[in-house]
Design a protein around this ligand. Structure first.
Ligand code: ADP
Ligand code: MG
Length: 675
């Protein structure tokens, strides 16, 4: 018996089911045992009359009679299904899903999960989730795991298969333990096999939490040890690119402004790196608009003067284009050749690649396109990635490998609270620009609900009449049932209401060339109002834009809203940000109010972290933090810090070399093998 056994040989699986499981990426018994539920449902039912309105609740209900459709004036089909809990009656209400009627029969027993509302004295549960139950409710476990499924496989099937697998393989699972006993004891962790079992069949909420925490602990510890190992490795890396010329004066004297103190300090830190014996690995953090690009340009200038090529990677083509233009502006006076590599350039690409290889181009800007194999440098000495949260460590390393121990600078405008940054970017040194260029105006920020829409539009028109430009941000691209306003609907609305306005539309589903065209038109003022998703979030610089209107503001994280707000106020014009939300949840409004009080990105990030907890804060891809399988499970910062301390302890005391750590050692060295 072996955990790597093909699942098809498991009892109750066979070739047909094995195929279905494969669609879920489950190939071996081990994959199956580690295929955790995506959610859990509390099956302790509440009586209708005891439920708190507007709060997600579980009910145990029986269908009283077949459902009926109602068509509203606005053309929505409402399907109402009368149900009872034995004492009180209610209606399940579904929107535009008339087929539900034919799925729910009289006397059918249901577990229903949803928010209860009173409507003219009648109970209603709007768009609930429901599960049919055949057995007596008492026999069902109190916590129902919910797995991601694929067509042809039911929750029940999967549960049965997993149950069977545990019967035969539980003992083997014990060999998956990688933590030494002194750690599990000291931190009160569940043994691995038990934790894995508990994830599928939780006894109660407390034991489920402990199981998750235990697995998260292991994951974080491995991560922290990987960081430590990387750092150890990098620290030992000797510089091979020698800098002799450190004179930045020609470059700085040519700028139309003076550097801020923050920029100067950061440059000093960077120059020290370049003057040291070790390769630079530095994270440059600075709030939106703090002027990171010019810092990047300064060191690119130095690299050029010392004979090295630079690669500058941006997350989107729009940004790459903008950096390309800026770098040209900054560096052309010194004869530095700057080029851009884009996705589809046709024959031109070959020509550029040839020149890069022959060292006829000193700076190459681009997106992921830079990572492609055929991009070869003659003498790549400096790698800069902008808005690092869009790139993984892997990608950074891929670019690094194109040079010979190049210096690396990672720039991020998404402030991460210092404690987090220190632990999560433990492989980088950190520099922070903590100051804005002088003369920046505060961006007036307002929180309104959509009833005020027409006043907002009036304001928008007055801005346009002044010759300024406006962004409107929506969370979705197309019309949808999630209550998210879409770019397309907004576009139709604005065009209809203001036929003379020049309106543009921008979102991720457009082709790159189309996106570029729209951005160009916005920059050259051919578009007055740009309706967009968050694709404009990072870095785009249009100083003439003075108003940003953000719809469904509650749907965005604070840090993200702060980024969006940073799209305006980039010139010397008075600017304004209007957050629109109809959310009635007090939490959501409180959260948004943080933005009215402060414009300090670090403070906002700290608040975001406190209010939502690191689970959600870190969960957001935009922070570029590693994706943890258990990220959603991390509920306190403490564990991140704890594991960091433990990892340092294990290294500092030399424990990493002992037998107890053999398994961890293997995993960690596997992780950093690509370096
Ligand atoms: P970010 O840090 O968000 O990438 P940018 O580098 O795009 O910010 O800079 C924002 C704007 O501020 C640019 O137009 C840039 O030219 C300008 N800028 C940068 N540094 C200074 C400075 N020291 N004084 C005045 N303007 C500056
Ligand atoms: Mg930038």
């Amino acid at each position: 018996m072996d955990l790597n056994l093909d699942v098809r040989y498991l009892k109750g699986v066979g070739p047909a089911r094995a195929k279905l499981l494969k669609a879920l990426d489950i190939k071996t018994v081990k994959d199956l045992l580690f295929f955790f539920p995506r959610d859990y449902i509390d099956l302790t039912p509440v009586k209708l009359k005891e439920a708190i309105e507007d709060q997600k609740t579980t009910f145990f209900l029986e269908v009283k009679e077949p459902g009926q459709d109602l068509i509203t004036r606005s053309g929505i089909v409402l399907t109402k299904i009368p149900v009872t809990d034995g004492e009180n009656n209610a209606n399940l209400v579904f929107f535009n899903q008339p087929y539900i009627k034919s799925n729910l029969f009289k006397n059918e027993k249901l577990i229903v999960i949803g928010k209860l509302r009173k409507n003219f004295g009648e109970y209603e549960i709007l768009s609930p989730q429901y599960y049919k139950v055949k057995e007596d409710i008492k026999k069902i476990n109190k916590i129902l795991p919910v797995y991601s499924l694929t067509r042809g496989l039911t929750q029940k099937n999967l549960q049965k298969i997993i149950e069977g697998a545990f019967r035969d393989y539980y003992l083997l699972l014990k060999s998956e333990e990688i933590l030494p006993q002194f750690i599990t004891q000291k931190y009160d962790l569940m043994p691995k096999a038990k934790a894995v079992y508990e994830m599928h069949f939780p006894k109660n909420w407390d034991s489920l939490k402990k199981a998750k925490d235990s697995l998260a602990f292991e994951e974080l510890l491995i991560f922290q040890m990987g960081m430590r190992a990387t750092k150890e490795y990098l620290l030992g890396k000797k510089r091979s690119n020698i800098y002799r010329d450190f004179n930045l004066s020609p470059f700085l004297n040519n700028l139309p402004f003076k550097l801020t103190r923050g920029q100067k300090r950061v440059l000093k830190e960077i120059l020290q790196d370049l003057n040291s014996e070790k390769v630079m690995n530095r994270l440059l953090q600075g709030d939106v608009g703090s002027g990171k690009t010019v810092v990047a340009a300064s060191i690119i200038y130095l690299a050029y003067k010392n004979g090295y090529q630079s690669a500058f990677m941006a997350p989107t083509e729009i940004l790459a284009q903008q950096h390309y233009e800026n770098l040209n502006k900054f560096l052309n006076p010194f004869g530095t050749k700057v080029e851009i590599l884009k996705g589809n350039m046709g024959a031109k690409r070959k020509e550029i690649l040839e020149k890069i290889k022959k060292n006829q181009i000193s700076v190459v800007v681009g997106t992921h396109a830079l990572l492609q194999e055929d991009v070869e440098f003659a003498n790549l000495g400096l790698v800069i990635t902008d808005e690092q949260h869009r790139f993984g460590v892997r990608q950074r390393e891929e670019l690094v490998k194109k040079g010979f121990y190049p210096d690396v600078m990672v720039m991020s405008a998404t402030p991460i609270p210092r404690t987090l940054a220190l632990t999560l970017y433990a492989d980088l040194d950190i520099s922070i620009i903590n100051e804005m260029p002088k003369g920046r105006k505060k961006i007036a920020t307002y929180l309104v609900n959509s009833e005020l829409k027409h006043r907002v539009y009036k304001f928008m028109i007055s801005e346009v009449e002044k010759g300024h430009q406006v962004y409107i941000i929506c969370p979705a691209v197309e019309k949808n049932n999630f209550g998210l306003l879409s770019v397309e609907e907004k576009y139709d609305e604005i065009v209809k209401e203001f036929p003379d306005l020049k309106v543009g539309i921008l979102h991720g589903k457009l082709k790159n060339a189309e996106k570029d065209k729209v951005m160009e038109d916005f920059l050259s003022k051919k578009i007055q109002v740009l309706i967009s998703t968050t694709v404009v979030e990072v870095g785009v610089d249009v100083p003439n834009a003075t108003l940003i209107i953000i719809e469904n503001a509650e749907r965005f994280g604070l840090a993200q809203l702060h980024q969006l707000r940073g799209r305006v106020g980039r010139g010397n014009l008075d600017s304004c940000c209007i957050l629109i939300t109809d959310s009635r949840e007090e939490d959501a409004r409180e959260r948004l109010k943080v933005l009215l009080k402060t414009s300090d990105g670090f403070e906002i990030a700290q608040k975001d972290l406190e209010l939502r907890g690191p689970g959600e804060f870190l969960g957001e891809k935009q922070h570029g933090l590693p994706e943890f399988k258990f990220a959603g499970y991390i509920n306190n910062l403490k564990m991140i810090e704890e594991t960091k301390k433990l990892a340092d302890f294990i290294y500092d005391k030399g424990l990493i070399k002992t037998k107890e750590f053999e398994k961890i050692r293997e995993i960690v060295s596997e992780r950093i093998r690509h370096l």
